[in-house]
Design a protein around this ligand. Structure first.
Ligand code: NAD
Ligand code: UDP
Length: 355
């Protein structure tokens, strides 16, 4: 059984991916600072894992810490070697992800996302671990209004968050092209990950007011927010609202185990892959599907366009389907049903709040 280090593994995408990886049979070490996540998430992951509860506990080891901490990271790698379970690959989720915050705090974003990643890659290299799946983002593409985005589309992030993601991809390319050693690298460019595990036990738990559409819809539907503001009704789209490619978080999670398997089968590789469904959904279509599937109301008003928004972002996902033998299998209705189940069972996310 291979041991994988998952940085940021208690977060939204990380926790769902840990479940997929445990069920795939990997041994996990999860490193997280819990700056944007709860210790409850991975306890629930262990409870949900198909492996016996006891054995899942044995295969998921949690370390509280920061990816910028060189000594701690080195210790994690060295201890794994001592325990005869050397870390053979890293899935690197840890980082900060708010576009808006990145505009206010570019130094912080470059420090955590870029310097933290550089520190991680240095420790990996020193410990002969050169297989990595990196959480990149569709925000690195130049905004386009027409076609589906392919991996060859122009790269031109327009905010500090996107720029840090592109910088890490470039650093990984430098390692791949210039290192004497063989690196195996998959940059997964996520489109819009949403929804929750079908049990409703794990899901997205924003600590503050959500910036993203799907968690906002859930909070309006449950009554903790009055109404949704739809940013713009005059976009050049069929119904005038913005179009995105919403992918079920479990489909995204499964892309990570597929990417790992693919990398393990190669000597050396650099992959850039779009992880999306290839289908565009407008804000109004998402609201209507959510209402229909869940039999609830999502009151909304139209407001001005959000600064920096684009009309349409949809993946061409053919390369990832061909390369990974993976395909998203869950529908928009599944996304709405599972996301709502999580919201109903956990009205305050993982927090204990009762008001
Ligand atoms: P998240 O905030 O839920 O998870 C990130 C995790 O990293 C959290 O548990 C947080 O506590 C941890 N973390 C943050 N800084 C850390 C540090 N310095 N050291 C150790 N741990 C740290 O976010 P998510 O939605 O699960 O996203 C995971 C990754 O995917 C991020 O890198 C994000 O940029 C990327 N991504 C997310 C989306 C999205 O829409 N959610 C889209 C594209 C890319
Ligand atoms: N959106 C909206 N109201 C909100 C949040 C988002 O109308 O409260 C719209 C936004 O303009 C975009 C779509 O929903 O067209 C998806 O936004 P999100 O922030 O979830 O994803 P991103 O824009 O980062 O792809």
């Amino acid at each position: 059984m291979k041991t994988i280090l998952v940085t940021g593994g208690s977060g939204f995408i990380g926790s769902h991916t840990c479940l997929a990886l445990l069920d795939f049979g990997y041994n996990l070490v999860v490193l997280d600072s819990y700056i944007n996540s709860s210790v409850i998430a991975l306890k629930r992951v262990i409870g949900l894992s198909k492996t016996q509860k006891q054995s899942a506990q044995n295969t998921l080891h949690e370390v509280r810490g920061d990816i910028r901490d060189y000594k701690l990271l080195s210790k994690v790698f060295v201890e794994a070697i001592k325990n005869n379970a050397p870390i053979e690959a890293v899935i690197h989720f840890a980082g900060l992800k708010s576009v808006e915050e990145s505009v206010r705090e570019p130094l912080l974003y470059w420090n955590v996302n870029v310097e933290g990643s550089r520190n991680l890659f240095r420790v990996m290299d020193e410990n002969n671990c050169r297989t990595i799946v990196f959480s990149s983002s569709a925000t690195i593409y130049a905004s386009s209004t027409d076609n589906l985005l392919t991996e060859a589309s122009e790269l031109k992030p327009c905010n500090p968050y996107g720029k840090t993601k592109l910088a890490v991809e470039e650093l990984l390319r430098d390692l791949f092209e210039n290192s004497e050693n063989n690196w195996r690298i998959a940059n997964l460019r996520y489109f819009n990950p949403v929804g929750a595990h079908s049990s409703g036990e794990i899901g997205e738990s924003p600590l503050e007011k959500p910036n993203n559409l799907f968690p906002y819809i859930c909070q309006v539907a449950i009554g903790s927010r009055k109404q949704l503001q739809i940013y713009g009704s005059d976009w050049p789209t069929p119904d005038g609202t913005g179009i995105r490619d919403y992918i079920h978080v479990m489909d995204l999670a499964e892309a990570h185990s597929a990417a790992l398997e693919y990398l393990f089968s190669k000597q050396s590789k650099l992959l850039n892959l779009n992880i999306g469904t290839g289908k565009g959904t407008s804000v109004l279509e998402l609201v209507k599907t959510f209402e229909k599937v869940n039999g609830c109301k999502v009151p909304y008003v139209f407001s001005a366009r959000r600064l920096g928004d684009v009309s349409k972002t949809v993946a061409n996902n053919q390369l990832s389907i061909r390369t990974l033998a993976w395909e998203p299998s869950r529908s928009l209705s599944d996304i709405c049903r599972d996301g709502w189940r999580w919201q109903m069972l956990n009205p305050f996310g993982y927090s204990e709040r009762t008001h």
